[in-house]
Design a protein around this ligand. Structure first.
Ligand code: ITT
Length: 195
């Protein structure tokens, strides 16, 4: 089966490829001729996930033979009332920059003892013109300083519950077995296997 993944984030592509079975072949945006980032004007993660998938489906002229999915994800921090949330990619402003986002997050939490946070992923799949959603969440906490080199985004600061190291220290194998994205992708995988 062939699926088009509406993302320009190479780290996400790697993580999703690691979780999907090999009989599912992913195509990226470049392969279908989209070379710019897809706009994300929504105010929720679910809305942006849908808008990215629909953008690509519209670009492909609503061809019901083509299946498209998008992943929108974000980090919600309890002490910041859910920020950066839907604005996770550009928390420190334009252009989007993971390191600047992490510096801003540490700064915003500097007086806070409540370090609780969770990652959320919403996958939108458009298959034969029908829309399906798959969600994943992982709870954890925000470290005092960044550690580790693996992963991307807020991984150097996010310590999943039950662990003492950040996602960036734990590495891709552990992250891909427990993450918000892995949970959402597994749900999509089971749905596709049942078709
Ligand atoms: P797309 O092309 O798929 O939209 P993106 O990077 O813009 O790629 P999002 O809009 O979903 O993706 O933005 C999510 C941001 O949240 C992302 O840039 C990271 O800063 C952060 N994020 C999402 N998933 C993450 C993860 O697994 N680990 C660390 N940070 C993550």
């Amino acid at each position: 089966m062939k699926l088009i993944f509406a993302s320009s984030n190479v780290n996400k592509i790697r993580e999703i490829e690691a979780v999907l079975p090999q009989n599912i072949i992913l195509s990226g945006l470049k392969e279908i001729g989209i070379t710019h980032e897809i706009p994300e004007p929504g105010t929720t993660i679910k809305e942006n996930s849908f808008l990215k998938a629909r953008f690509v489906w519209d670009f492909l002229k609503n061809d019901t033979n083509v299946s498209v999915f998008a992943d929108d994800s974000g980090l919600e921090v309890e002490a910041l009332n859910g920020a950066p949330g839907v604005y996770s990619a550009r928390y420190a402003g334009e252009p989007k920059n993971d390191e600047a986002n992490n510096i801003k997050l540490i700064q915003e939490l500097k007086n806070s003892n409540n370090r609780n946070a969770h990652f959320i992923t919403v996958i939108t799949l458009i298959l034969k013109g029908e829309v399906y959603y798959f969600e994943g969440e992982i709870k954890g906490s925000i470290a005092l300083r960044p550690s580790g080199n693996s992963g991307f985004g807020y991984d150097p600061l996010f310590v999943p519950n039950g662990y003492t190291k950040t996602f960036a220290e734990l590495g891709s194998e552990i992250k891909n077995s427990i993450s918000h994205r892995a949970i959402a992708v597994k749900k999509m995988k089971e749905f596709l296997a049942g078709l």
